[in-house]
Design a protein around this ligand. Structure first.
Ligand code: PGA
Length: 254
């Protein structure tokens, strides 16, 4: 890992209502504060207010799992950036593969969501990643290239990229350290073209896809892997805390 502060973000997906959110955050805060690692939790929308209350001044960030590209309007089921920031949310995930495959999100809607989130001062975690069919057809880099096309319109200071190979999400199948590092290095080169070397060097690229305590250290130790976006293993305080510790160890060079 580099001089970039590692970021460990938990994507709870459609898990944990208000009561479970309180119990989780109270237990998580026992293992903080975290000196060398940035920690973010992304509960469902309905649990954000409760999480915000518990996380005030606690040293962990709060993220939403999506954000709409308009400020208000007739967009049933959507939530605007201002609604999130009013609650104290500082982060938003955009373009998660479940949003792309199950809910019709595209590269274009992902970019619009990211831009609008940034305008409201949210830091966006923009997800990219190829399917198994795309990897097997040798199209991984073409797909990543397409997914980040247009990213140069965003503010690199409020951007985090998450490389999440779709075939590794929730499957127990993880990218090898070589596959992860290769994809992250590719993305960093593209970020250099978009933002210049200094901004690309400062920008964090997270790995996501069955990241868990048993594989966290080896993945997080890769030079271009700057943390993780964690689904299943972020739902349990012990495993999430173990991943945070692995990130801190890697940052310390252990
Ligand atoms: P997973 O999910 O850790 O359960 O594979 C990661 C994600 O979807 O962000």
């Amino acid at each position: 890992m580099s001089s970039r502060t590692p970021l460990i973000a938990g994507n709870w997906k459609m898990h944990k209502g208000v009561a479970d959110t309180s119990a989780f955050i109270e237990a998580l805060l026992q293992s903080g504060p975290w000196e060398a690692v940035d920690v973010v939790v992304c509960p469902p929308f309905t649990s954000l207010a409760q999480a915000a209350m518990l996380l005030t001044d606690a040293g962990a960030g709060l993220g939403a799992q999506n954000v709409h590209w308009e400020e208000t309007g007739a967009f049933t089921g959507e939530v605007s950036a201002a609604m999130l920031t009013e609650l104290g949310v500082q982060w938003a995930i955009v373009g998660h593969s479940e949003r792309r495959t199950l809910f019709g999100e595209t590269d274009q809607t992902t970019l619009k969501r990211a831009a609008c989130g940034q305008r409201a001062d949210l830091t966006v975690i923009c997800c990219v990643g190829e399917t198994l069919a795309e990897r097997e057809a040798g199209q991984t880099f073409t797909v990543l290239d397409r997914q980040i096309d247009g990213l140069e319109a965003l503010d690199p200071g409020k951007l985090v990229l998450a490389y999440e190979p779709v075939w590794a999400i929730g499957t127990g199948r993880t990218a090898t350290t070589e596959q992860a590092q290769e994809a992250h290095a590719f993305l960093r080169r593209r970020l250099e073209r978009a933002f210049g070397p200094a901004a690309a060097d400062a920008l964090r690229i997270l790995y996501g896809g069955s990241l868990k305590p048993s594989n966290a250290h080896e993945l997080l130790a890769q030079p271009d892997v700057d943390g993780g976006l964690i689904g299943g293993a972020s739902l349990d305080v012990d495993s999430f805390s173990a991943i945070i510790r692995a990130a801190a160890d890697c940052a310390a060079g252990d």
